[in-house]
Design a protein around this ligand. Structure first.
Ligand code: EPS
Length: 392
């Protein structure tokens, strides 16, 4: 499985093309729209989400709610394009009118300046901003929805929630209350902040409100968990076959993500070996299992069969309504950075995007190992493999 996305934030359309999804997977527009809506919701989101109601159209690869095995093209229309059709016009030459919204003062922390230097956009950093905008994550969530549907066929569940926004934190001990990810999902999705408890939700909302009053932005951390993955996906044999490394890359590849950890992650650096390794047990029913999950479901780049636990660090959004110091690319004079519409925080949406990215990497790993032509054959192979692993 592989995919690509295309689209500018204020261009007419967002597109994704996915190759390598087996034939016969049941998928509907509603499956994808549900995930797109989750990405749009969340405390601290900006005005753009009031303009858009993201809904997907299948352009290719799906017939009568079943995948055909051919490339799947997903399309989401940018409703805001109506307000930008002149400025984003692909086939009109530049005029004084359609270049009115020029961006000349790069925002520290955004792709503006380096992107402009690299692509030689001397005259308008909008040519960078339009693609580097997090609007593109709409399509990653759409692709992730297809991946999640595939994973659900073999009993794999994936869910993302918010650990903290600035100083306001969820208590991760609360995780032990839940038997499975669906129970966890019902709780975190009931809060507009995707926090783990009502107390954390209130504290996070307070931080976001205060940040908004200060015309500032705030970052945080999100955690994605996945259960039900077969043992032994990914491999220790080469650096580029390690599945945890692929997930790390996918997470840090999300706009504004600056760090990633598995299980105890950075805390493990302050511990000793016997506090970190997950002891091995065996029983008739489960076969081999671990007494803990400090390594976040991976050993040697391979799934252990324990829950996959991935944490991502999201920096604050760089577009500030009280902008920081910058330099005008035309005059080279000091100037405050440009202001584009911004969110106070995108951490609540980031949980959904990170969830999608983990789902995509897990689906790729499944399709690398098992039959990728037909969903029923894939499922049979996964079952046979699981039996074999249980009897080890
Ligand atoms: C976003 C859409 C963008 C921004 C935001 C996230 O739309 P617009 O630029 O029209 O407001 O609201 O992206 C950023 C703040 C950014 O810096 O990339 C979205 O759909 O998630």
């Amino acid at each position: 499985m592989r995919y690509t996305t295309a689209g500018e934030s204020h261009g007419p359309e967002e597109i994704a093309v996915i190759e390598g999804i087996p034939a016969g997977l049941h998928i509907t527009q509603a499956d994808i729209d549900e995930q797109l809506a989750r990405r749009q919701q969340g405390y601290g989101r900006g005005e753009r989400q009031k303009i858009e109601t993201d809904t997907v159209t299948f352009l290719t690869g799906v017939r009568h709610q079943l995948t055909l095995g051919s490339p799947i093209t997903l399309n989401v229309h940018n409703d805001d394009h109506n307000n930008w059709s002149k400025i984003m016009a692909p086939d009109d030459p530049a005029t004084s009118e359609n270049t009115l919204r020029k961006v000349l003062r790069p925002r520290p922390g955004h792709a503006d300046l380096v992107g402009g230097m690299k692509y030689r956009h001397h005259d308008d950093l909008r040519n960078v901003l339009e693609r580097s905008s997090a609007r593109e994550t709409t399509m990653r969530v759409a692709v992730g929805a297809v991946a999640k549907k595939l994973l659900s066929e073999i009993g794999v569940d994936v869910h993302g929630f918010v650990v903290n926004v600035g100083p306001a934190k969820s208590d991760l001990n609360d995780l032990t209350k839940y038997h499975d990810l669906n129970e966890l999902r019902l709780v975190t999705e009931s809060f507009p902040t995707r926090a783990l408890s009502a107390e954390a939700d209130a504290a996070i909302r307070e931080v976001i409100d205060q940040t908004k009053r200060n015309a500032n932005t705030v970052g945080g951390q999100v955690q994605v968990m996945a259960t039900g993955m077969p043992v032994g996906l990914g491999s220790y044999v080469s650096a580029d076959t390690k599945l945890d490394a692929k997930i790390a890359r996918a997470i840090v590849g999300i706009n504004a993500f600056k760090g990633v950890q598995f299980g105890g992650g950075f805390d493990n650096a302050e511990k000793f070996g016997d506090q970190v390794m997950d002891e091995i047990f065996w029983d008739e029913k489960r076969g081999f299992y671990r007494g803990s999950d400090n390594l976040g479901g991976f050993e040697g780049g391979m799934t252990t069969g324990e829950a996959i636990v991935v944490r991502g660090v999201v920096k604050p959004i760089p577009t500030l309504y009280r902008p920081m110091q910058s330099v005008d690319i035309d005059t080279h004079q000091d100037h405050k950075a440009s202001i584009e519409r911004s969110d106070t925080t995108a951490v609540t949406a980031a949980a959904v995007i990170a969830e999608a990215m983990v789902a995509i990497e897990l689906a790729k790993a499944v399709l690398d190992k098992f039959d990728a032509d037909n969903i029923d054959r894939m499922k049979e192979q996964v079952e046979r493999y699981r039996d074999e692993i249980r009897s080890f």
